[in-house]
Design a protein around this ligand. Structure first.
Ligand SMILES: Cc1cc2nc3c(=O)[nH]c(=O)nc-3n(C[C@H](O)[C@H](O)[C@H](O)COP(=O)(O)OP(=O)(O)OC[C@H]3O[C@@H](n4cnc5c(N)ncnc54)[C@H](O)[C@@H]3O)c2cc1C
Length: 265
């Protein structure tokens, strides 16, 4: 883990309220392990905004890191106002990674809201390795999507208002695609997105006993296991061996990627 002052090379809006930023960050880029890991950005050099903002890494090319972020509050607004040539202070790489699939697994990748970045990176990696998979990305409305709905290529967009792709959240599409895929492969789901979406996916994967890895995006203060603000509850099958570490987990340092069957959402 390093702190590095990165030089921004690109920052533009790619869909309504969704921004893509690239920056040169060689020391951190060289240590990134894969999709799931994140960085923690000091968006403002002053102490007016002291807490860093965690952002998943959406890709690494050489010394360049890409993030995809959604305008949410004050910090992400400041990020969107930065221009190429300006600098930001980055802490990273942080967290663990998704365990990637082999050629027979036919994974389903599900992303929504602010949880698109690691899923897209994984989609690109699986394409490079020629691993067949399904990509499902959810948003409220068509304007928030920057990919094309393309069922022939196994890319499915969903919208809450039905303005593009499948009507509704990612969950019904995920469920129906899983039923199709599970007849011919083991089936695994990778997911990242807002907690209500992950809760719904958690229920379905538990019901059908589907192996699922999910990246959580809990609020966190430090990102390095000190402030204890990103605690989640672990599924603990042996309460007689109860301890803090067995009951709870820190998303920043134990996660953000978990096997769904090991946590309680
Ligand atoms: C591991 C991880 C990866 C992420 N990846 C992405 C990504 O790729 N793209 C993306 O768009 N977003 C991502 N997020 C979410 C992103 O970090 C937040 O959307 C962002 O921090 C919002 O900042 P803001 O200043 O715009 O919002 P604001 O709401 O103004 O501020 C958020 C700040 O307030 C604090 N805060 C607000 N509410 C609470 C609360 N209830 N409890 C504790 N603290 C609170 C937060 O810690 C944060 O510092 C990720 C989050 C995590 C944890």
């Amino acid at each position: 883990m390093k702190i590095e002052v990165a030089s921004i090379s690109g920052n533009k809006e790619i869909a309504k309220g969704i921004w893509k930023m690239d920056f040169d960050c060689p020391n951190i880029a060289n240590n990134v392990l894969g999709p799931g890991q994140f960085i923690n950005i000091k968006v403002d050099p002053s102490w007016e905004i002291p807490l860093r903002r965690p952002m998943s890494i959406a890709g690494v090319k050489g010394e360049k890191i890409t993030i995809i972020y959604k305008l949410f509050g004050r910090g992400t607004k400041i990020l969107s106002e930065l221009r190429p040539g300006q600098s930001i202070n980055i802490l990273g790489p942080l967290g663990n990674i998704f365990t990637t699939s082999d050629k027979d697994s036919f994974p389903i990748l599900v992303g929504g809201g602010v949880g698109i970045a690691p899923i897209l990176w994984m989609h690109n990696e699986l394409n490079i390795k020629s691993v067949s998979h399904i990509l499902i990305i959810g948003a409220t409305t068509a304007e928030e999507h920057f990919l094309q709905h393309n069922p022939d290529k196994n890319i499915f967009l969903t919208t809450d208002d039905g303005s593009i792709g499948e009507l509704g959240t990612v969950v019904p599409t995920m469920e129906s695609k899983f039923k199709e895929v599970s007849s011919r492969s083991f089936g695994i789901i990778y997911a990242c997105g807002p907690t209500p979406m992950l809760k719904a996916i958690h229920q379905i994967t538990t019901k059908y006993k589907i192996y699922c890895q999910m990246a959580l995006e809990s609020y966190m203060g430090c990102g390095i296991g000190i402030c204890q603000s990103c605690v989640i509850e672990r599924k603990n099958d042996s309460p007689e061996e109860d301890s803090y570490g067995k009951r709870f987990s820190l998303v920043c340092s134990d996660g953000p990627v978990y096997s769904a069957d090991t946590i309680i959402l």
